[in-house]
Design a protein around this ligand. Structure first.
Ligand SMILES: C[S@@+](CC[C@H](N)C(=O)[O-])C[C@H]1O[C@@H](n2cnc3c(N)ncnc32)[C@H](O)[C@@H]1O
Length: 208
């Protein structure tokens, strides 16, 4: 099963199962982007719309891309707003969106599934307006070093582990820097009830 098929299976329970990373990243995004308003937002790997429900009230248009039809179906049923457009796309291929259009591009828990992040940041550079902002909120590399990966329990009770790639914090920095971005903010987010000595769960970075 590839990642697209896996997310199609995961979609039914994605919003309801116990998932500390999903919940913490939602808090992080809302905190990092608080008080900001945007015109056109591009949300990469929008999934079931966990963050779209918040982002849509802070812009005049929101475009969400994802390669899981079932995750997208959940997002569409949750958010019927006319200014929101959810589209199927594999973001490892050139994105079918206009050049220089967006003033915010977001990534939430998606880049761990992408091997070539240099290609991703090149696409961000192409589609972002001059002066635009990039937000990423990713599973913290420290957790990855300990062997944690995105996983879910299938209907038959087996646990399926998705294909993931480890990116160091410096890899994100370097891929963004190569496109002329500057890191304007970096935060590490830890569970309130952390029982592992405070190892951060989520990394957020903002590039401008
Ligand atoms: C862990 S979910 C995160 C969803 C949402 N951003 C959130 O924070 O809840 C990862 C999402 O990335 C999508 N995804 C992974 N690889 C992708 C790819 N190559 N192209 C498009 N979407 C991808 C998956 O389908 C899934 O919806």
């Amino acid at each position: 099963m590839n990642n697209s098929q896996a997310y199609n299976q995961w979609a039914e329970q994605y919003d309801s199962n116990n998932n500390k990373t999903r919940d913490l990243e939602a808090i992080a995004l809302r905190s990092v982007l608080a008080e900001r308003e945007f015109e056109h937002i591009l949300e990469i790997g929008c999934g079931t719309g966990k963050n779209s429900v918040w982002l849509k009230d802070r812009c005049t248009s929101l475009t969400g891309l994802d390669f899981s039809e079932e995750m997208l179906a959940k997002a569409k049923s949750k958010i019927p707003d006319a200014h929101v457009d959810f589209r199927w796309a594999d973001i490892r291929q050139p994105w079918a969106v206009p050049d220089g259009h967006f003033d915010l591009v977001t990534f939430s828990l998606v880049l761990e599934h992408i091997e070539d992040i240099e290609f991703i940041f090149a696409e961000v550079r192409r589609v972002l307006r001059p002066g635009g902002t990039v937000y990423l909120g990713e599973f913290h590399p420290f957790k990855q070093y300990l062997g944690s990966k995105a996983r879910f329990e299938m209907e038959n009770g087996d646990v399926f582990v998705l294909e993931c790639f480890n990116h160091h914090t410096s890899d994100f920095f370097a891929a963004a820097k190569k496109q002329g971005f500057r890191c304007a903010d970096l935060q590490e987010w830890t569970d309130n009830d952390d029982e592992h000595g405070g190892i951060p769960r989520v990394l957020t970075m903002v590039f401008v």
